[in-house]
Structure formats: C-alpha cells, structure tokens
Design a protein around this ligand. Structure first.
Ligand code: PBG
Length: 328
C-alpha cells in the first residue's frame, strides 16, 4: 500500500511510545487521603475498601515515613469521631484538642515538609451524618458556614497548610478566607470542593468514617449529576470567594466535568478519585475480572488527561510503588 501516513510508527516500541506520550503522571501530582481514629496501635481494615485502613495517631510516624519514601508529600486528613462526641453543632469540630487538630500537629512534627490538607465539613461530627447543622430536617446554610469558618481557623492554628471544605454550603469559601485572614493565617490555602456531586460512589467512605446520613440524602447541597454548567458556576464562584484550587468529585465518571472546569479556570484543578471508584477496581481485580495495576494506571491517567492538575486517590501508594519499581 502506498500510504502517506502510517500512524503505527509512533506506537511501534515502548521507547517511541514513552517519547511521545502526552499525559504524564507522577507521585508529585497525588494527594493521599488518611483516615484517622482514636486509640493506640490501631490499624483497622475497612471492609468496603480492601487494602485501605484507619490508623491511630501513634502509627502516623511509620506511615508518613513510608509515604515520604515514595515521594508522596501531600495528605488529606479525615477523622472518625467517637460517637459520644457527635452533636448537631459541630462542637468537637472546633476542639483544639480534637483528633483532627492533634493529627495535624503530629504530622507536622514528624515531617514539617509534608503538605497537610484537612477536610472541613460537619458530617464526621454530626449525629445526623450531614455536612451541616440540621433544623426541622433541613441542612441550614448560614449557621453551618459559621462553624466551618471556626473549624478552619482551628485547623490552621494546629498547622494545616490547606483547608478543604467539602460541605457544599453557599458562601463558605469567602467566610473561611475572611476568618483565616482576620486571624493572620494569610498563608493557609483553600482547596475548595467546588463541583461535588451527590454520588453513590461515596458509600465506602461513609462506611470508613461511619458518617452515612441518618435521614434523607445530600441532594439539597451536593450537585445533581445531570448538570455540568453548574460545575463551572460553582468553581468560578469559589475562586471569586478566594479558593486557591478547585476540585471536581467524583473523578472517573466526571471526566467531562474536569475538562470543562479546567478550560474555564486559571487555578489548579484537583479531581478526587473517590472511595467507590477505588472499591470497584479492587473488587473486580479481586475476582480476577480486571488487572488491578492496569486499572489503576488507566483510571488515574484518564483523570489527568481530562485536565486534572492534582489527583486525590486511595491508590497513591500503589501508584508510587509502581512508578519507582517499574520505570518501564
Ligand atoms: C464528607 C466527605 C465525603 C467524601 C469526602 N468528604 C462523603 C460525603 O460527602 O458524603 C467522600 C470521599 C470518598 O468517597 O472517597 N464531607
């Protein structure tokens, strides 16, 4: 055949494929979620997230060392608050001696270079499992925002580098930015969960933190998965209010949203490969239906290709281990 172009030339060997690959993903791009619990020497398996654990603070030293050796320097912290500390006001969320605040100080003392990001929302502290204060079965916006701002200050005081509001209340980014600035925390950043959808893919996470909503669902604050324009509107609003980075969540089924947001903003875009995405891959691989490593690489690379600058993923250690162990 007399062909003017043969595209297969650029696919012929590993060397040429590596040379021309458009999408690069390294451990530098990843944020590792950590689930923290009270107690000593506790490493609890999470049934719906095979291979992922809840850790007590005394095990953080070893964990952080492992992460740093893999060149993973950014963490996103979540805590499982004991039941007796839950209420409807988020009192424990602002406790300077709370689990989150102690965890931040501990990580910063172990590894000052580690970038510590913290989840800001009331659900782990709420008797109702909702992200905000509940009145007459409604999640009230403005009172919640006030607690979120105080919660952010308490995280910043403990040493958090970034707070990550995941609650989807209106106006919270501005309130948090103002509160931080007023207290002199002008260098504490905000990673806003801007386009967070009401998704079934958070199920395993809610198991991990025992934070499933006690009544109703989260559709009055998290976004409707039929919408995409709203993702841009939310992101632009959060940037206006002071967000340093915006986030799309979940990631894998929302690649169009990641791309749309990326094309409309000039701040870094993060995407959260959530618990359900992780668990689907782990469950299928455990059954021998997919190759775990390949599924991990393909899913993470696709998220980056869509436009994510940063990816939050439960696969960070596996990816980083593979990245160094197998340079291809
Ligand atoms: C809570 C929060 C959730 C996740 C992160 N922060 C759950 C929810 O909104 O119900 C989900 C993360 C995951 O599924 O991995 N504000």
């Amino acid at each position: 055949m007399n062909l003017s172009r043969r595209f297969r030339r650029l696919r012929g060997t590993s060397a040429i494929r590596e040379l021309v690959a458009e999408t690069r993903l390294t451990p530098d791009h990843l944020i590792t979620p950590l689930f923290l619990i009270e107690g000593e020497n506790k490493k609890e398996a999470i049934a719906s997230m095979p291979g992922y654990y809840r850790l007590s603070l005394d095990l953080l030293e070893k964990e952080i060392q492992e992460l740093n050796q893999l060149n993973l320097w950014s963490m996103l912290l979540f805590v499982k608050a004991p039941d007796h500390l839950k209420d409807n006001e988020g009192k424990e969320a602002v406790n300077p001696e709370g689990l989150m605040q102690r965890a931040i100080r501990k990580i910063k003392s172990i590894s000052p270079q580690t970038l510590v990001m913290t989840d800001v929302a009331l659900d782990p502290y709420s008797i109702y499992g909702h992200d905000g204060i509940v009145e007459d079965k409604q999640i009230v916006n403005d009172k919640t925002v006030d607690v979120l701002a105080r919660m952010s200050i308490s995280h910043a005081m403990a040493g958090a580098d970034f707070v990550a509001p995941s609650d989807m209340m209106d106006g919270r980014v501005k309130a948090i930015r103002d509160a931080l600035d007023n207290k002199g925390f002008t260098q504490t950043g905000i990673l806003a969960y801007s386009a967070k959808y009401a998704s079934c893919l958070y199920g395993p996470f809610r198991d991990a933190l025992d934070s499933a909503p006690g009544f109703g669902d989260k559709k009055t604050y998290q976004m409707d998965f039929r919408n995409s324009t709203e993702a841009v509107k939310e992101s632009l609003q959060d940037i206006d209010e002071g967000a340093d980075m915006v986030m799309v969540k979940p990631a894998g089924a929302y690649l169009d949203i990641i791309q749309k947001v990326k094309m409309n903003v000039t701040v870094p875009v993060a995407a959260y490969q959530v618990s359900g995405e992780y668990s689907m891959i782990m469950a299928a691989s455990a059954n021998g239906w997919m190759d775990e490593k390949q599924a991990m690489l393909e899913s993470l690379t696709a998220i980056r290709r869509a436009g994510a600058d940063v990816i939050i993923t439960y696969f960070s250690k596996k990816f980083a281990t593979n990245f160094y162990g197998n340079k291809k």
